[in-house]
Design a protein around this ligand. Structure first.
Ligand SMILES: [Zn+2]
Length: 249
């Protein structure tokens, strides 16, 4: 991995007063793991690669289907039938050859997730089911790795940055959530790219040592944002009692 940043590539974001060369350098030295390479994951991988995050790993074992094209980034009709993680690696490497992109053609599960996120600075949720999110949450809290939850359903998207020991975890707000619930309300095309943008901004802020923004809810049809400050639940079985049942079940 190259440590020197290319000032020409990033010159427009280096002009932003909140940002700096030092912060660009910090992103260059960071490693992120994106679990899921679909609507959320492909858009987030695209944005983080262009922003200059130094190492991006994308975990997915799905193949690209025609019905993915309306909400994903980078995939074309010629890619149908090919593996999402491999196509993302190939295309993102052409977009930014100064960073490391690795597509990992596997499905994250309780047996491999801790190895997949080992030595990463942050995990991004690009999944479409609560079971994998609860698994990510357990792996995050157990191994003290921040993660950014994101979900889309119908016209509504949500994002929450989670730092173990500092912020509430996903089970603080979903103690009674069923691990099998996965309702399909469809996804409006534009929603994942907006939610991925919010997710990536939370990711960058956490990588730069800033506080996450709480639970952000966006309704694309009403064009309405809501930001909620969630409190930690001291009785939370995950971050409170350190019971990691989704890694063990
Ligand atoms: Zn918790």
């Amino acid at each position: 991995m190259k440590q020197t940043i290319n000032k020409e590539r990033y010159k427009k974001q280096l002009l932003v007063p909140e940002f700096s060369e030092q912060k660009q350098q910090k992103l260059q030295q960071s490693t992120v793991v994106i679990i899921g390479g679909g609507g959320l994951g492909s858009n987030s991988a695209n944005l983080l690669a262009r922003t200059g995050v130094g190492t991006i790993k994308i975990i997915d074992d799905d193949i690209i289907e025609l019905s993915n094209l309306h909400r994903t980034s980078l995939f074309t009709e010629d890619d149908i039938g090919k593996t999402k993680s491999m196509i993302l690696e190939e295309k993102l490497s052409m977009i930014n050859s100064e960073i490391t992109i690795k597509g990992i053609n596997t499905k994250a599960d309780k047996n491999n997730i801790e190895e997949l996120v080992h030595k990463t600075d942050i995990i991004l949720d690009g999944t479409d089911n609560i079971k994998t999110r609860l698994l990510i949450n357990d792996a995050s809290v157990k191994n003290n790795i921040p993660w950014v939850y994101s979900g889309v359903a119908g016209t509504i998207g949500m994002t929450m940055g989670i730092i173990p020991g500092k912020t509430p975890c996903i089970r603080c707000i979903s103690q009674n959530i069923s691990s099998s619930s996965n309702s399909d309300q469809g996804t409006f095309s534009i929603l994942p790219s907006i939610v991925a943008s919010i997710q990536c901004m939370e990711t960058i802020k956490i990588l730069l040592g800033e506080k996450p923004s709480g639970l952000i809810i966006y309704d694309i049809w009403k064009q309405c944002f809501e930001q909620m400050n969630i409190q930690k639940n001291p009785a939370c079985s995950c971050c409170g009692k350190h019971s990691f049942e989704f890694l063990e079940e």
